[in-house]
Design a protein around this ligand. Structure first.
Ligand code: ZN
Length: 138
């Protein structure tokens, strides 16, 4: 399945700037590069929209992270329960291990979600970024 670049799902999946859907939100593509997990440019390298609209902006991403963790825990517990049976110890241990392994993804996507919720998509910025990209390809 290929996502259209204009869709919010595309910007979310590939951690792109929510304003133009072209610039990368993170300096390193691999979320498991733990030393650089939170390294983000100050603003979008393509359209220039700030990724840090106000001091402490990403505190709000904690709510997103909480939601992702709760949602994932429900899924994890059901999965572990169906495989190993619904005993409390394997459920707690299994869910804890999975949440630790998933943490870098949740950290990244919580920030992506939070910035997407607070930044409007701009068709104009998207078109300008597309044109810029076409010029660079030539
Ligand atoms: Zn941008």
């Amino acid at each position: 399945m290929s996502l259209k670049k204009e869709s919010h799902l595309y910007a979310f999946r590939f951690a792109k700037c929510p304003h133009c859907h072209h610039g990368n939100m993170f300096l390193y593509k691999n979320p498991y590069a733990l030393a650089h997990m939170s390294d983000m440019p100050e603003s979008c390298p393509v359209c220039g929209r700030s990724f840090f609209p106000e001091p402490g902006f990403y505190w709000g991403a904690m709510y997103m992270s909480y939601g992702l963790t709760v949602f994932s825990s429900i899924f994890n517990v059901l999965l572990i329960g169906l495989i190993f049976g619904f005993e409390i110890e394997p459920l707690i241990i299994g869910n804890t291990v999975l949440l630790i392994l998933l943490f870098p993804l949740f950290f990244r996507y919580a920030r992506v979600l939070w910035l997407q919720l607070n930044t409007p998509f701009s068709r104009e910025a998207f078109r300008e970024a597309e044109e810029k990209e076409e010029k660079e390809e030539k």
